[in-house]
Design a protein around this ligand. Structure first.
Ligand code: IMP
Ligand code: MG
Length: 187
């Protein structure tokens, strides 16, 4: 693993120093493989549709699906986020609605990180209306700040510290998604 101020890391961040690496590549790979096994075991039969919530889940999802050893379908969804000061209507708006049929299938919603849990709570309502056979969530990281842990949250990679994390899909203003590890930004 490169040191935090090594030329390799600084080349990737454009010279921005990173405070610490919270989960390194090997640790992530081991946990993602375990999650793949857990998912495989949890769905012994039926159609399984893995739905990635973009953009944050794109790297996690691509690694996870290759560790799932049963037939699956893959699709994505893009949810509208509300800017600061914007009062949401309480219903989430989809900018990309999966073309795949959800009805009658096991749905595994893949999310990068759960903070307040609000995004997920709304998505669960919307997806539930499509009458899936079951609805489960797989989140790579959980800050455990959500007031209530939804029963659908069946698979969690890591408990995350209350820091702002970047890398492995997670961004800060669209930067740093490509880092192969998960880091705490130097503020
Ligand atoms: P929630 O609705 O408050 O749970 O927010 C979840 C979304 O906020 C995630 O899908 C991320 O896009 C973003 N987010 C929350 N915490 C972090 C973080 O530490 N780094 C990067 N993005 C984050
Ligand atoms: Mg984000």
């Amino acid at each position: 693993m490169s040191t935090l101020s090594s030329p390799e890391v600084l080349r990737r961040t454009g010279g921005h120093r990173i405070k610490s690496i919270v989960f390194d590549e090997a640790t992530i790979a081991r946990r993602v493989a375990e999650l793949g096994n857990e998912v495989t075991a949890a769905f012994p039969e039926g159609e399984l549709l893995v739905l990635g919530l973009l953009k944050g889940s794109f790297i996690f999802l691509s690694d996870l699906v290759r560790k799932i050893e049963r037939p699956i379908q893959v699709d994505f969804l893009v949810a509208a986020s509300y800017g600061a000061g914007t009062v949401s209507s309480g219903t989430v708006r989809l900018l990309y609605d999966p073309a795949t049929i959800l009805e009658g299938k096991h749905i595994l919603l893949v999310e990068d990180i759960i903070d307040s849990g609000r995004t997920l709570q709304r998505l669960l309502g919307l997806l539930g209306e499509r009458r899936p056979r079951s609805l489960a969530i797989c989140a790579l990281l959980d800050k455990q700040l959500a007031p209530q842990r939804p029963p659908e949250l069946r698979f969690v990679g890591f408990r995350a510290p209350p820091a702002f994390l970047v890398g492995y899909g997670l961004d800060h203003a669209e930067n740093y998604r490509h880092l192969p590890f998960i880091a705490d930004l130097d503020s």
